[in-house]
Design a protein around this ligand. Sequence first.
Ligand SMILES: Nc1nc2c(ncn2[C@@H]2O[C@H](COP(=O)(O)OP(=O)(O)OP(=O)(O)O)[C@@H](O)[C@H]2O)c(=O)[nH]1
Ligand SMILES: [Mg+2]
Ligand SMILES: [Zn+2]
Length: 219
Amino acid sequence: MHVSVVQNVLKLNDEIAAMNRQVLHNASLFTIDLIGAPGCGKTALLEKTLQELKGVRVGVIVGDLTTQRDADRMARFTEQVVQVNTGKGCHLEANHIKEALPHLDLGKLDLLIIENVGNLICPVGFDLGQDAKVGMFAISGGDDKAAKHPYIVMESAVLVLSKMDLLPYIPFDLELFRSDIRRLNPNVPLLELSATTGKGMEPWLKWLGERVKQAAPVA
Ligand SMILES: Nc1nc2c(ncn2[C@@H]2O[C@H](COP(=O)(O)OP(=O)(O)OP(=O)(O)O)[C@@H](O)[C@H]2O)c(=O)[nH]1
Ligand SMILES: [Mg+2]
Ligand SMILES: [Zn+2]
């Protein structure tokens, strides 16, 4: 009985996610769901991305338990930001996105970035209607985090390893981290960067830019 309830919840989530995906595709948007542990640097990466991704109109939906601090940080770089407060909820669900979408002017966007609640575990299991899940790790989280969180590694279209500027100061076996990723998902691109220094941002901006172009309506 319990199992069937859980399955129904996920089925309903998937149905709403499919509707979201249809709405986003009708507007020719490319959408990512950015997933990473608390403090891994998601908002910092997005602040830098919003500043540097030239010629792309970006909207953001950001999930947090309380506060609109992340939304305030990103609102300095785009007018189209929606904060979703999940209360005690530890992940975003498709219904959160459905309710956030009417607050955005989709016709004036090329890219939608969803910053999920800081959590590497359950956000992986919830389809939001995105085109790609992006898993994010940081040097400060330790070199074992990919191995300990295999599902985000396997489900991501691209992975980010941030805070590379901290590598000289924190014991972190980069070869071990890379080999864990290769074992779990041999083909996923791993982008090593620092949002603070900006080093390594180029491949990330290129990855986004190419997908936005593919999603754009044929002229
Ligand atoms: N050295 C260094 N610090 C960083 C980098 N990126 C983010 N930080 C710092 O890490 C801390 C957390 O960054 P956030 O961007 O708030 O992280 P987040 O993943 O959005 O956090 P939550 O939304 O709370 O889960 C802040 O103090 C940032 O200044 C980086 O590339 N290098
Ligand atoms: Mg954040
Ligand atoms: Zn959760």
